[in-house]
Design a protein around this ligand. Structure first.
Ligand SMILES: Cc1cc2nc3c(=O)[nH]c(=O)nc-3n(C[C@H](O)[C@H](O)[C@H](O)COP(=O)(O)OP(=O)(O)OC[C@H]3O[C@@H](n4cnc5c(N)ncnc54)[C@H](O)[C@@H]3O)c2cc1C
Length: 461
């Protein structure tokens, strides 16, 4: 029985990237906000996703740098990766950011409600018998690990990314089911830590959501790094063995390992939260919204992974900011989802924004698309780093750049400029006169635009 009702301008259900960004912006705009969170503010990204995985990948990068130091004339001997200490470094990063976030939320006067919330009326969330009623509600309960039919995770040998980021010993051999973003990131980190890794992927290529040219480089470098992968290979079953797991694929081939990481995607976290009972339109657990992130119930909005589309933290942040501003009456322009940049932080990194060449050809027609690939071989800083890869531009013929695709060490850091170019619909001629610092990898972006504008410098015409 609900005992009390507290009222707010806005009640946000879920304190992850989408929910807390919405709460912060709404409070900044003078709205009273209740933010309901059952675990920790920061959600998947901060505690179970972006931040911890990138810390693991960085530790892997350090291990590789030590192993490969002789090629730079530096003699060092690699001894081991102590995952307990790696974890404490990783957890330290998370906990500092968590403290900072708690401080921010407190500083803006947001009422944080700790506990499991359910939507009991369109804009009312109940937590432990108390009702928090808003003029508006924002659903931000995020996503959870998906599995395949008949594939049960035991958290020990058959694990999700959450358990995978807490293991305390480098596995001798790990199988990663799924060659998408999460799968290749773990495969990359674990290989850097010294594990044998095999990726099993049903689609014909790794990082299949990216431009095919990027997949090719990732596959080539992974082969060189000793990461095994089987593409176009469908999982059939897994059994526990004395020493770990045996995975069988549809052809009947089997793979033995210490550990199976299931990285086949994430689904919406909405079951049992009362959304359907309140008449909110859903599709397979996702909350459907219009371009203003408003559900069919006009006072209820949804943000982040709960809304069909790319599951990325910065998309969640932007959703949250947008909804807060919309509710506050600022009438922000709808978010252009196709302009959201993406980075896969494996080694080599993949970074992209806009349309792949294939998608651009489908959209505009074969004759109306032009592409240019600038090899990082011509880029001084990339040579210094001894990395290979490219910057590929896709443009509408005589029109703007509609896609930028990059692969190679550290290219994730170049996506900021690339997304400005794409989202401001710049022509190659607009970018060509802009000066890029030398020697940086950024220059590769500048050079690619020079070349596409018909005036290549360090590239063959
Ligand atoms: C391993 C991994 C790596 C990733 N790496 C990246 C990356 O590098 N870059 C990137 O952009 N994205 C990355 N992501 C994706 C990113 O984490 C998500 O897109 C982002 O967290 C989505 O934010 P959200 O607010 O929609 O949901 P979430 O962050 O999942 O937040 C939802 C929150 O709601 C709370 N909640 C749910 N139900 C209730 C309830 N009933 N009552 C109270 N609270 C509730 C949860 O506890 C959670 O805190 C990664 C994800 C994973 C799993």
């Amino acid at each position: 029985m609900a005992q009390a009702v507290q009222t707010f301008d806005l009640v946000v259900l879920g304190g992850g990237s989408g929910g807390y960004a919405c709460a912060l912006r709404a409070a900044e705009l003078g709205l009273s906000v209740a933010l309901v969170e059952e675990a920790k503010l920061g959600g998947t990204c901060l505690h179970r996703g972006c931040i911890p995985t990138k810390a693991l990948l960085h530790a892997g990068e350090v291990a590789d740098a030590v192993r490969d130091s002789a090629q730079f004339g530096v003699d060092a001997s690699f001894e081991q990766v102590d995952l307990r200490r790696v974890n404490s470094y990783k957890d330290g990063v998370v906990s500092r950011l968590y403290q900072g976030l708690q401080g921010l939320v407190k500083g803006r006067g947001i009422t944080v409600v700790q506990g499991h919330g359910t939507l009991v009326a369109p804009t009312t969330v109940e937590v432990g018998g108390v009702r928090y009623e808003g003029s508006h509600a924002v659903l931000a309960s995020g996503s959870v690990t998906k599995s395949l039919p008949g594939l049960e995770l035991d958290g020990e040998r058959v694990v999700s990314s959450w358990e995978a980021m807490q293991i305390e010993q480098v596995p001798g051999h790990a199988i990663v089911l799924g060659g998408g973003v999460i799968g290749v990131e773990f495969a990359s980190a674990w290989r850097s830590f010294g594990a044998e890794v095999t990726i099993i992927e049903a689609l014909p290529r790794l990082v299949a959501a990216e431009d095919v040219a990027c997949s090719k480089v990732v596959e080539r470098v992974f082969r060189k790094r000793g990461i095994a992968f089987k593409t176009s290979t469908a999982f059939s079953s897994v059994e526990r063995t004395d020493s770990g797991v045996r995975v069988t694929v549809e052809s009947g081939d089997t793979y033995d390992a210490d550990l199976l990481l299931v990285a086949v995607g994430r689904g919406p976290n909405s079951a049992g939260l009362g959304y359907e009972d309140q008449g909110i339109e859903m599709d397979r657990g996702f909350v459907l919204t219009n371009e203003r992130l408003q559900t069919n119930v006009s006072s209820v909005f949804a943000v982040g992974d709960l809304v069909p589309g790319m599951q990325l933290a910065h998309r969640g942040f932007q959703h949250g900011i947008f909804v807060a501003e919309d509710i506050a009456g600022l009438d922000p322009a709808p978010i252009n989802e196709s302009g959201i940049p993406r980075v896969t932080y494996c080694d080599p990194e993949v970074a992209s924004v806009g349309l792949s060449e294939e998608k651009a050809r489908e959209r505009y027609g074969d004759d109306s698309v032009e592409s240019l690939t600038y090899d990082l071989g011509g880029n001084g800083k990339s040579q210094i780093l001894k990395t290979q890869g490219f910057v590929k531009l896709v443009r509408q013929k005589d029109g703007p750049v509609v896609g930028v695709h990059m692969v190679g060490a550290r290219v994730g850091e170049l996506i900021g400029e690339a997304q400005l170019i794409c989202n401001w619909e710049a022509f190659p001629d607009d970018v060509a006169p802009l000066v890029h610092m030398h020697p940086t990898q950024n220059e590769a972006l500048g050079e690619a635009h020079l070349a596409l504008a018909g005036k290549p410098l360090h590239a063959h015409s």
